[in-house]
Structures are given as structure tokens and as C-alpha cells.
Design a protein around this ligand. Structure first.
Ligand code: SAH
Length: 296
């Protein structure tokens, strides 16, 4: 499979987001999934999606009343439309992941000034971003067999809390989903986000928890994990995370500096490790809090 490298700046202004995503939709996806969608239909649908997104940006720039109306009348519909869009392009393949992404409304995790359903990363403050919907979908698809009810999941660099909430919904009340984030303000905000979402009963029960910590050391308290997801790029796979992965478990982690690969790391039952590169990606670095706050 050819690799896809996102050319998007991490906190691009809105107009260039539209521009970049148009390029991305029409070039990237058709290259990535050439056989699953006729090219003309793909291009026609791209134009429709872009028109829809432009209309949303326009509505948002109008009076506050219209803005409220635009937000109210279609919020869940738009989340569903985003899910259907990801399905149509082939990145979202299973019903189980689609159901979870429908249940967890992305708009609750994206700061209000940004269009939440655009397939692009969005700034969440503190030099961090919430990953693009297609990256969330891809990671959930890669990890879904290790997110069965009752399993344990660790989300390192949990940021907005979106993926931790999805993990919690998948592993259910008998499982454990732990989010680790090193910026206390982001952890506080992510807890508020989750409280407004469908995952709130799991937060109340304690099967979903979000903690302030340096994710490079994992979270030994709830180890070993069936799933470890890392939402920031590490120069190399941290040993603590490998140690906390259960035999039979899977880790998805972006590795690299300027050029990064999304690695899928499987720990076999005998404890040996096999890994492969899924695709080229661009994430913020897994680093120290001070380096991040000084803009790396
Ligand atoms: N999956 C998250 C991604 C957030 S961006 C989402 O979609 O919302 C990556 C996050 O990793 C940032 O919030 C950043 O603050 C955090 N991060 C970076 N280095 C870290 C570290 N050493 N420990 C914990 N979190 C870290």
C-alpha cells in the first residue's frame, strides 16, 4: 500500500485547511484506496463534501443566532455524516468502530472555534492537536480486536480525550481505558469533554480514567494492556510501553521525527515483538512538558 504523508501544518488556518483537505481528499485517498471507489465518483463526492464544509464555515461566520442554529440542527447528523464519509472512503471498515464513532460526538472534543467534522487535525491548545477523524478511524480499526469487552487499553497523549472515550466504549464497563496526558489543563478539559459524551457513565464507574503523567513511562498501575495507543510521535518505542503490553497485545505508535511512520507492534504470546509500518504520518512529538510548551 502506498504511504500517505499529510502535508497539513499542525495548526493551519481555516482557509488553508479547506484547501489542504481538498488536495488530501482528491489525491491521498484515491491513491490509498484505488480499487474500492471509482475515481469520478470519488472526485464528485469530494466536491460535495467540500461544498458542505464550506457552507458550514460560512454559516458559522454569520450572526450568532444562525451559528447556534447551524450547530443545533445537525450536530449528531453531521457526526453521522462524517462517519459515513469515512466508511465510503474505506478507512472505516467495521460496524463496531463505526458505531462507536457515531456514539462519541467529535464536536464535544474540538474547541468551539474550529469546524469539528472536517477531516483534519485541529488545535486544542498547548501546542497540541486532536488528530484528524481518518487517523482516529484508522487507529480504532487497527486496534479493534484488542478492544474487546473486558480488555484493558492505554491511550498515551490522550489530549482531547476522544480516543480514550472510544476505547472505553469498546472495552465496556468490565474493561479499563486509561488516558495519560502530561498537560494538566488538557486533562481537566478532556474530563469535561467526556462528561458531556456518551462515555460519561464509564467515567463515573471508573472504567475510564484520565491522568496527568509522563506517558513515556506508561501507567504501570493498570498494566498489562491488551492495547496501547500513542497519540504523539516518539523517536523510538519507549521500553516501558513495550513492557506494559500484554503478550498477545497490540500497540499503535507513530515513530520518527520529521518523517514518521505509524508502527503496528504486536507482542506474541512468547513475548517476542514483531512490528510493521502502516503508513507515513505527522503527529506532534512525544516529549517533555517544557519542550512542548516552548513549542518544541
Ligand atoms: N489522541 C489525541 C492526540 C493529542 S496530540 C487526540 O486526538 O486528542 C498528542 C498529545 O500528546 C498532546 O496532547 C500532548 O500534550 C501529549 N503528549 C506529548 N508528549 C507527552 C508525554 N511525554 N506524556 C504525555 N502526553 C504527552
Amino acid at each position: 500500500m502506498p504511504t500517505l504523508r499529510l502535508s497539513l501544518p499542525l495548526s493551519a488556518p481555516r482557509t488553508s485547511l479547506l484547501h489542504s483537505s481538498r488536495r488530501f481528499f482528491s489525491a491521498g485517498f484515491s491513491r490509498l484506496f484505488p480499487s474500492c471507489y471509482p475515481r469520478e465518483k470519488l472526485q464528485r463526492d469530494c466536491r460535495r463534501v467540500q461544498l458542505f464544509l464550506k457552507m458550514e464555515v460560512l454559516l458559522r461566520s454569520l450572526s450568532p443566532r444562525l451559528r447556534l442554529f447551524s450547530r443545533f440542527y445537525t450536530r449528531m447528523d453531521k457526526n453521522k455524516a462524517m462517519v459515513e464519509y469515512l466508511q465510503r472512503y474505506g478507512v472505516l471498515r467495521s460496524d463496531r468502530v463505526a458505531e462507536v464513532m457515531e456514539m462519541i460526538d467529535r464536536a464535544l472534543f474540538v474547541p468551539k472555534e474550529n469546524p469539528p467534522y472536517l477531516d483534519s487535525p485541529m488545535p486544542i491548545g498547548y501546542n497540541a492537536t486532536i488528530s484528524a477523524p481518518h487517523m482516529h478511524a484508522l487507529c480504532l480499526e487497527l486496534l479493534k480486536d484488542h478492544l474487546q469487552p473486558g480488555m484493558r487499553a492505554l491511550d498515551v497523549g490522550s489530549g482531547s480525550g476522544y480516543l480514550t472515550a472510544c476505547f472505553a466504549m469498546m472495552v465496556g464497563p468490565e474493561g479499563q481505558a486509561v488516558g495519560i496526558e502530561h498537560i494538566p489543563e488538557l486533562v481537566a478539559a478532556s474530563i469535561e469533554n467526556v462528561k458531556r459524551s456518551a462515555a460519561t457513565p464509564l467515567l463515573e464507574k471508573g472504567s475510564l480514567s484520565l491522568h496527568v503523567a509522563d506517558g513515556r513511562y506508561g501507567w504501570p498501575e493498570a498494566a498489562p494492556y491488551d492495547t496501547i495507543h500513542v497519540g504523539a510521535a516518539a523517536p523510538e518505542i519507549p521500553k516501558a510501553l513495550l513492557d506494559q503490553l500484554k503478550p498477545g497485545g497490540r500497540m499503535v505508535i507513530p515513530v520518527g521525527d520529521l518523517f514518521q511512520d505509524l508502527q503496528v507492534v504486536d507482542k506474541k504470546l512468547d513475548g517476542s515483538i514483531i512490528s510493521r509500518n502502516e503508513t507515513g504520518v505527522r503527529y506532534v512529538p512525544l516529549t517533555s512538558r517544557s519542550a512542548q510548551l516552548q513549542n518544541y
